[in-house]
Write a protein that binds this ligand. Structure first.
Ligand code: UD1
Ligand code: CA
Length: 419
């Protein structure tokens, strides 16, 4: 692998999102935009990752968790200023600095690894990732000389008419030789049009100083895709969602209708499970093999589904584990429940888990049968092989012993051993 330290720029205001939430914390398939970028630096074993935060700094710090160093940029004076904030932390470091933007969730690990490999192999002062894209508007353009070498990166606002036609853009991902980067940053001047210090100006400064700058180019249009608006967010979501579905299908899961199936990042699904249309599965859900989920089910975080479970239409399952072969085939809600193997949850069954103050637990033993429309007011325990009659209400803290039959409102045990 290649040794490097990473700087992730995530201080920007994200004005065009029109949001109280910092841009990098908006969710794509269940995870913050910034998480996707940090996952890449982590998986490529960055020696250290500095996340530059500014707008909504405390929210970002809280949401993103540990494993990185946060560097605060007090005033949002541009990308060059943001990188400069990291200089004190990197004093004396002579290795490679990888600079990334926190708002590019579609970036792939392979491309970043490719850039690092190229930089390590040729050792210029900087290697810039560029992409050829059909609609370059808004991106910095790569200006080249007659020999095809990079000469500068020109921002949209400063581009001439000719430069405006250039379809090769700056992705916003760079490798630098640390010392050269920080020396050049000191010379960056304020851009009078945007009142910001541009990181992209470093390229011209390095070249003017006789240093080598190279490019690494991709034709993948999606890598450069940054989130600036809510529309971008939706587009990124569509692409990542499709990637997630592909991954599951390639590992042996049938997804009957990808167009209407929503599976967040961070979901595990076993082989030969079938996901029927219009199903929503959130992060932190694990599903076993040979299950049938949906159509129109919703599995929420903290849910664990054993092998051979069937969850049918209009069923919602939240923070619940279901044992092997359990059935919940029709409209129903299970929350904060532990459901044993072979349990049958009838149509309309509800675990009333929330009493207005606390979320309470329901435990249902193996092979218990919960009749249609029963309400289990948590907390309670339904023993193994017990039967709760249709339409019954098992009151709060009233348990049904193993093998017993309980019916009525409120439910009373009418037989001790039934089945
Ligand atoms: C930047 C590049 C542009 C490139 C594009 C790719 C510059 C000057 N331009 O433009 O060439 O094509 O990215 O997406 O770098 N940020 C800070 N502090 C600041 C300003 C920005 O941390 O003071 C962060 C933002 O949160 C963001 C990243 O830097 O994650 C990029 O900033 P942004 O304003 O989005 O730059 P672009 O205009 O997209
Ligand atoms: Ca951007």
């Amino acid at each position: 692998m290649f040794e490097f330290k990473a700087i992730v720029l995530a201080a920007g205001r994200g004005t065009r999102m029109k949001s109280e939430t910092p841009k990098v914390l908006h969710k794509v398939c269940g995870r913050a935009v910034l998480d996707y970028v940090l996952e890449i630096t982590k998986s490529l074993r960055s020696l250290k990752t500095y996340v530059v935060v500014g707008h909504g700094a405390s929210k970002v710090k809280e949401a993103v968790g540990g494993g990185h160093e946060f560097v605060v940029q007090e005033k949002l004076l541009g990308t060059a200023d943001a990188v400069s904030r990291c200089a004190p932390y990197l004093r004396g470091y002579k290795g490679t600095v990888l600079v990334l933007s926190g708002d590019t969730p579609l970036l792939s690990k392979d491309i970043v690894a490719g850039l690092l490999r190229r930089h390590a192999g040729r050792r210029p002062s900087a290697t810039v990732l560029t992409a050829h894209i059909s609609e370059p508007h808004g991106y910095g353009r790569i200006v080249r000389d007659e020999e095809g070498g990079i000469r500068a990166i020109r921002e949209q606002k400063d581009a001439t008419e000719v430069e405006d036609e250039i379809k090769e853009i700056n992705v916003g991902l760079y490798c630098f030789a640390a010392q050269d980067l920080f020396a050049a940053l000191k010379k960056v001047k304020l851009n009078s049009r945007k009142k910001e210090f541009y990181l992209t100006d470093v390229i011209e400064l390095l070249l003017a100083g006789g240093q080598k700058v190279e490019t690494f180019t991709t034709n993948d249009e999606t890598v450069a895709f940054g989130i600036n608006t809510r529309e971008d967010l939706a587009q990124a979501q569509a692409i990542i969602r499709r990637r997630i579905l592909s991954k599951h299908m390639l590992s042996g899961v049938t997804i009957v209708d990808p167009a209407t199936t929503f599976i967040d990042d961070g979901v595990a699904i076993g082989k030969d499970t079938v996901i029927h249309p219009m199903t929503v599965i959130h992060s932190d859900v694990r599903i076993g093999r040979n299950c049938s989920i949906g159509p129109m089910s919703r599995l929420r975080p903290g849910t664990r589904i054993g092998d051979g479970v069937e969850i049918g239409n209009f069923a919602e399952v939240s923070r619940t584990s279901m044992g092997r072969g359990a059935l919940q085939k029709h409209f129903s809600f299970l929350g904060d429940a532990t459901v044993g193997a072979g349990v049958n949850i009838g149509a309309g069954v509800v675990t009333a888990n929330y009493d207005g103050v606390n979320k309470n637990k329901t435990t249902i033993g193996a092979k218990a049968f919960i009749g249609s429309d029963a309400i289990l007011v948590a907390p309670n325990v339904i023993g193994a092989n017990a039967l709760v009659g249709a339409g019954s209400v098992v009151a709060k803290n009233k348990n049904v012993p193993a093998g017993a039959v309980a019916v009525g409102v409120p439910a009373r045990v009418i037989k001790r051993v039934s089945r």
